[in-house]
Design a protein around this ligand. Structure first.
Ligand code: FMN
Length: 186
């Protein structure tokens, strides 16, 4: 079975990102797979200190001990990574950005540990207009990072939902989240 990891970058436990993740997971399960969800807001993930220990020692991990130590081996072994985040100030949430910064340990020469792994994203924002929401910055950001990491970007969905409970009402977005799960789970 595929190993699928989902990272939730929202601080709201029952927020729109969480709802869309659950809908994506429903699709994944309907396709015969399963996934592990990590709520980054509840994890101890410190900022990258740029000490270069990981690169100098060719380690696919970090010298600093926090919850990233549990995540590195899972990331190395997984097949698919789904990044889900609200748009905060026209880009990824800080919770998600902190986590991605720590993937620096994976970028060293000869150790592109995320090479050929499938990557997908789910973004949600309050703005009714995707042009002014900032989602394009988040899409560009993730695309640049995972193109550089030689990963395989397989799907990026996004849409509008502001208050808690709004995601369920956005039928188009819910359907896209489910379909993304179906595709990934196959
Ligand atoms: C600090 C902060 C910054 C935000 N910045 C934006 C933004 O730039 N564009 C936007 O459309 N919505 C913005 N929002 C709204 C959230 O993206 C939106 O409410 C989203 O549904 C929250 O997802 P969640 O329920 O999973 O936390 C912001 C919210 C917060 C708290």
């Amino acid at each position: 079975m595929k190993k699928i990891l989902i990272f939730n970058g929202s601080p709201r436990r029952k927020g729109n990102t969480a709802v869309l993740i659950e809908e994506c997971l429903r699709g994944i399960r309907d396709s015969g797979s399963d996934a592990e969800i990590f709520v980054l807001n509840n994890m101890k993930i410190n900022p990258c200190q740029f000490c270069d220990w990981c690169i100098k020692n060719k380690m696919l991990s970090c010298v600093k001990k926090d919850d990233m130590n549990e995540l590195y081996p899972k990331l190395i072994e997984c097949d698919v990574i789904i990044f889900a985040s609200p748009i905060f100030w026209f880009n990824l949430s800080a919770q998600l950005k902190l986590f991605i910064d720590r993937l620096y340990a994976f970028h060293g020469k000869g150790s592109f540990a995320l090479k050929n792994k499938q990557v997908a994203s789910i973004f949600v924002y309050a703005d009714n207009n995707e042009e002014t929401s900032g989602v394009k910055n988040a899409i560009k950001n993730l695309t640049d990072i995972f193109t550089y990491m030689e990963s395989d970007i397989i799907g990026m969905i996004h849409g509008t939902a502001a208050k808690i409970g709004d995601a369920e009402k956005n039928k188009q977005l819910m359907s896209e989240a489910y379909q993304l799960g179906i595709t990934i789970g196959k």
